[in-house]
Ligand binder design. Structure first.
Ligand code: RUQ
Ligand code: CUA
Length: 671
């Protein structure tokens, strides 16, 4: 959500209500916990019930918390470089961040999708979107590492992504910004939006065994903006529902101009139909350019390939593939209930929550109950698809999840609350305050056919008076609710990293047993691996010096290196020889322009370092690995360019001392 919301509301005359709200906190603020706080207490040595996989927003990463404790377990580097692990800094991981724009070491990460089989979590992968330079990532849930990143062509702002079908057949990536297509001349006046800007939805297939992603096809759409999406499930399997805004196709001051019309749309996409059209040869190849980056667990190295073609379906050639359902003002979430029957659309500026019925939608399509067309796409009559509206839910409905017991929970950004309502009669049952300005919420399994229920987590944008102040920037927060009873009860409030948007949670029992503990050293196929200290060496290739180095408690081999010259590029290929869980070793060297590398047992990673001056450069292990961790250190000597210092390396023995005659070190320093 943007903080220009106030301006929109001013424009809509809602400002008084909203400012009235924003300037006073909910009356219950002091005793807000309401629930039994001991329910969130996990005793030392005990495990949490759920992993909560949480988007990082503008930190470009994904975080993993325990629920109900709220303890932060891991930040998984995805789209942003991480100096903590060396991700995006090591030679092996740099290709992960390659794009058609070159190396892009940051993104804005909003939504998470966990892989599913038969509509339920299967615990294999987590998918994450990069909102800025459009990308999709796949995280392996046995390593909690990023395994793959796929760039999305014909897209700008991959926001309506990644949403997943019930057997992980596809994850989708729909563009937030419509723009001129990649193979068109994009050098057009911005106010030719209506003629030149197009939307695009990518269907990315997921290989059922390897998880590898590929763009199966794209659907060309009118130049609207896509916000969120959900796949159908059960009876609605085969369909996707996207929320769209800016059906006005405005290109300036969208906060007013994209809210001009009373209704925007939910776009219903029949992807089974799309598959048929594809088979029937209706797709057209389009020349594009996008990167596909895959990390190989055997070579411990990522490769990046630039792809040049995408298959596109044009709705003009494919009738019955797309339908539009009018939906009140700028919908954010489009959420499908566990049965697949109800599609809940949350219009950020709407005063009610429309709930559409899949059965009615199908009937309306069969009976052609249309109110017209939008860019050639049939627009279904609102009432014909509508099950009903949740009346007076609150202000600013944003996102809805389900508990599997017939209840829905909708976050209300503007009125800072969560509203619980019943699917069967659309009656509001309960409401609870959040602190403050909630974005998404998450119920474990909430987007699946079988929610795990029990807890609900709110992700709040503003914390104001909730925590110790930390200068101008304050943390975002999550709040945990017990939803087992009739009333929602807050049981914990904890700060988060980055700015979480959406998150999913999965039972700990589904992931705990499958965690990778080490990489087997004998399976290490890295081209620069040293499978024992006997294989360590230092070799020069022109101005490159390659160091085959090993780490084991508590020394690095080699730990004395001489013969490097000013201007040399030194590549430390560090293999961690340990074969025990939880014994990483790190490597850092003075003056490195990148970061440390943190190498897991049995793994090889490479740190590049450029010798920029003569001298002695200490290097050391960065991870407190043993009592003698501090002793895990070594020295690299840099001699002047052109000097005759021989290349020497050792651990535990002193080589004969060599001094370089005839060169005044002080002179080389001046250069
Ligand atoms: S969104 S609350 Cu991009 Cu779903 Cu932020
Ligand atoms: Cu190895 Cu510290």
């Amino acid at each position: 959500m943007s903080n220009s919301l106030t301006k929109i509301l001013t424009a809509l005359g809602l400002f008084a209500i909203v400012t009235g709200f924003q300037s006073c906190k909910p009356k219950t603020a002091q005793s807000a916990a309401g629930g039994d706080a001991s329910k969130s207490f996990i005793a030392p040595g005990k495990y949490d019930e759920f992993y909560n996989i949480v988007s990082g927003g503008f930190n470009g990463q994904v975080a993993v918390y325990g629920i109900p404790s709220g303890r932060l377990f891991r930040i998984i580097p995805v789209f942003s470089q991480s100096p903590e692990s060396g991700y995006g800094f090591s030679e092996e991981t740099k290709p992960m961040l390659n794009t058609s724009h070159g190396f892009v070491p940051w993104d804005d990460q909003h939504h998470i999708a966990l892989s599913q089989t038969k509509g339920e979590h299967d615990g294999r992968w987590a998918f994450a979107n990069g909102n800025n330079t459009p990308r999709l990532a796949r995280i392996d849930l046995s390593t909690f590492r990023t395994a793959e990143i796929l760039e999305i062509p014909n897209s700008a702002g991959n926001h309506a992504s990644p949403f997943i079908t019930e057997n992980s057949e596809y994850i989708v990536a729909a563009t937030r910004f419509s723009v001129p297509l990649d193979d068109q001349n994009g050098d057009v006046p911005i106010n030719t939006y209506k003629q030149n800007f197009k939307g695009s939805i990518s269907f990315v297939s997921v290989n059922p065994s390897s998880g590898e992603m590929n763009i199966a096809f794209q659907i060309r759409t009118p130049g609207v903006n896509f916000d969120l999406s959900r796949a159908g499930k059960g009876k609605s399997h085969g369909w996707f529902f996207f929320s769209c805004y800016n059906s006005e196709k405005a290109n300036t001051l969208l906060e007013v101009n994209a809210s001009a019309k009373d209704k925007d749309f939910v776009m219903a996409v029949n992807w089974k139909k799309a598959e048929e059209y594809l088979k029937a040869g209706k797709g057209k190849k389009q020349a594009v350019k996008y990167a596909h980056n895959v990390y190989d667990e055997n070579t411990h190295t990522a490769t990046s390939v630039i792809k040049t073609e995408v298959m596109v379906l044009d709705p003009a050639d494919c009738p019955d593939m797309l339908y539009l359902i009018p939906c009140p003002k700028s919908p954010h979430g489009t959420d499908v209930d566990p049965t697949g029957e109800y599609i809940v659309a949350s219009g950020k500026l709407a005063a009610s929550i429309p709930v559409f019925s899949f059965t009615k939608l199908q009937k309306a399509i069969a009976d052609k109950v249309f109110e017209g067309e939008y860019d050639g796409i049939p627009v279904i009559k609102y009432e014909a698809a509508l099950q009903g509206e949740v009346a007076k839910p609150g202000l600013g409905p944003l996102h809805t999840e389900f508990d599997g017991k017939g209840n829905a929970y909708t976050s209300m950004f503007v009125s800072s609350e969560i509203v619980k309502w019943r699917l069967s009669d659309l009656k509001v049952l309960d409401r609870v305050a959040t602190y403050y300005s909630i974005g998404h919420l998450s119920i474990p399994g909430g987007p699946t056919a079988k929610p795990h229920g029990k807890y609900m987590i709110a992700y709040n944008k503003i914390t104001k008076d909730r925590y110790l102040p930390t200068g101008p920037e304050l943390t975002q927060s999550a709040q945990l609710f017990d939803i087992t009873g009739e009333k929602m009860k807050m049981i914990l409030d904890f700060p988060t990293t980055g700015e979480p948007h959406y998150a999913e949670a999965i039972p700990a029992s589904m992931l705990m047993g499958k965690q990778r503990k080490i990489y087997k050293i004998e399976e290490n196929m890295h081209p620069y691996v040293s499978k024992g200290e006997g294989q360590t060496k230092v070799e020069r290739k022109g101005n490159q010096v390659h160091v085959w180095m090993t780490a084991i408690r508590s020394h690095l081999t080699p730990d004395n290196i001489e013969g490097v010259k000013v201007g040399d590029e030194v590549y430390f290929h560090l293999t961690n020889l340990e074969q025990d869980w939880d014994v990483p070793h790190g490597l850092a060297i003075k003056g490195a322009n990148n970061a440390e590398i943190l190498v897991m047992p049995g793994e090889t990673q490479t740190l590049k370092w450029v010798a920029d001056r003569t001298g002695i450069f200490p290097f050391y292990c960065t991870d407190f690995c043993s009592a003698l961790h501090q002793e895990m250190q070594g020295y690299l000597r840099v001699s002047p360019a052109g000097s005759s210092t021989p290349l020497l390396f050792s651990t535990g023995t002193n080589k004969p001392a060599v001094t370089t005659p005839g060169i005044n070190v002080a002179d080389t320093m001046k250069k």
